[in-house]
Design a protein around this ligand. Structure first.
Ligand code: OOG
Ligand code: NI
Length: 462
């Protein structure tokens, strides 16, 4: 019996969620339509160079989703569902001291790790988990009530979890099981019509609307589904032309003439959606909640730790200059800092050890060993940047904050509950990958393959 392989399960799951989310949030369909136009325009303008950071077929299908869960049990179950799809935890994000608004969650992203798997389908899900034990947000009584509430609900059915285990064990599922798996998993992420306990939702909402969105309802739901574009500035103005009001900035690095790094994102608020509430006297009323989103992103180079340090420094420099000259346009300041701080081209990034690359031998094999930089100059070796596959804490915090309906309340005097990557690995029962280590491995493998092709050891510029 032939099985639907893991990557295909992932591609079909992403498609299914896209269909579901498009039915629930119609402006998402507009976003996908405009994204497709933007990508086609970009490719017809730049040809093959447009696909340097991902083939057009990959980018067109590319999405990331965001979900939020409440407890370690829910996080671990979600990890099994994602593992069934070949998605592994990567990166640890603590948003509890995020600015402008602290969010009571810690997060990781589930994604394929290998280049080949990413090329087949790069679907990833930013997954956040509530921290009810954090006293800055929740007092003892609320923590107890919250954990009891979370203990009682079931986000993932036994049947779904059983199918996930089968898929993990077999690296795929039969066509019949695939259909069941897709139906059950999509249902687990659909907006539920279960009545929302109004008093409880409001109690949590006073602390944080993200806490209410997670712990105030009996299910989880996809919070947003984000397409990827090759030109986010074009996307931004095209959406505005369609009459969709975007947030006022593109988050992350500014647009400039040099290589794009990491991640640029922008978003718009989706409309409020009808929800049923149960009031304190037990009666059922119709209301509405506005918790979901339209988001879009453009991806750039994966930075080395040195590149990441420089990135953080330059962002801080933008903040400083802006504080000193508040009348100047932030974008203008950002471009000025970017031009002063980064090399102008890919080779500069390689030479200064700021970004990760793949290498290939494209010219004749040289007769004697030569430094890598010379081989690149001579067109013998080609460098291909490795695209950033992860998230940015500051942009993530921005997305969460634009989702907030109230200020929330945080008591900074209270102790926090320490959480880190090791803790998250423990919860998931598998190591959470460190993004920079994934990229470094890929680069090292590519360098080793190049050395084999060259017949001598190629090494990175000092
Ligand atoms: C997740 C926010 C983070 C991103 O793209 O940075 C995120 C959420 O709102 O649940 O999706
Ligand atoms: Ni997102």
């Amino acid at each position: 019996m032939s099985l639907v392989p893991t990557w295909k399960l992932r591609a079909r799951f992403a498609e299914k969620l896209s269909e579901l989310y498009g039915n629930e949030v119609p402006s998402y369909n507009t976003l996908v339509e405009v994204s497709t136009e933007v990508n086609e325009r970009f490719v017809s303008k730049y040809g093959a160079a447009a696909e340097q950071l991902g083939s057009i077929s990959r980018v067109t299908a590319e999405r990331h989703g965001a979900i939020r869960v409440g407890s370690p049990r829910e996080m671990r179950q979600a990890s099994r569902v994602f593992l069934a799809l070949g998605m592994h935890p990567a990166g640890f994000y603590d948003l509890r001291d995020a600015k402008p608004s602290p969010i009571p969650v810690v997060s990781t992203a589930y994604r394929p790790l290998d280049r080949e798997q990413l090329a087949l389908n790069p679907f990833r899900v930013f997954t956040s988990m509530l921290v009810p034990e954090d006293r800055r947000f929740f007092d003892e009584g609320t923590e107890k009530r919250l954990t009891q509430f979370l203990e009682q609900r079931r986000l993932f059915s036994d049947e779904l979890l059983r199918l996930a285990e089968d898929a993990i064990a077999q690296n795929g599922l039969s066509e019949m099981d695939t259909e069941d798996f897709l139906t059950l998993s999509a249902a687990a992420f659909a907006l539920s019509d279960d009545p929302v306990d109004q008093e409880w939702y409001e109690t949590l909402g006073k602390i944080s609307s993200v806490a209410a969105d997670i712990g105030g309802v009996t299910t989880t739901h996809i919070n947003h589904l984000t397409p990827r574009v090759l030109d986010i500035d074009d996307l931004y103005s095209s959406m505005q032309q369609r009459g969709i009001e975007m947030i006022d900035t593109i988050q992350g690095p500014p647009r400039w003439e040099g290589p794009d790094v990491l991640l640029r994102q922008t978003s718009f608020r989706a409309l409020s959606e009808p929800r049923t509430f149960r009031t304190a006297d037990g009666s059922i009323t119709e209301g509405a909640l506005r918790v979901r989103f339209g988001e879009v992103e453009a991806r750039g180079l994966a930075l080395t730790p040195a590149g990441r340090d420089l990135y953080d420094e330059l962002i801080a420099e933008i903040d400083r200059r802006q504080a000193a000259e508040p009348d100047r346009d932030r974008i203008e300041v950002a471009v000025e800092v970017w031009r002063g701080g980064w090399p102008a081209d890919l080779q500069g990034f390689l030479e200064r050890g700021l970004a990760f690359f793949n290498f290939s031998l494209v010219g004749d094999r040289p007769s004697e060993p030569a430094p890598l930089a010379d081989l690149i100059d001579a067109g013998v070796v080609e460098i291909l940047p490795i695209v950033y596959e992860d998230f940015l804490p500051r942009s993530a915090a921005g997305i969460f904050s634009s989702n907030l309906t109230g200020e929330g309340s945080v008591d900074q005097e209270q102790g926090d509950a320490p959480r880190d990557l090791a803790w998250m690995s423990e919860v998931i029962g598998a190591p959470v990958n460190v993004p920079e280590e994934i990229y470094a491995r890929e680069q090292a493998d590519s360098l080793a393959a190049l050395s084999k092709d060259l017949g001598f050891a190629a090494s990175l510029p000092e």
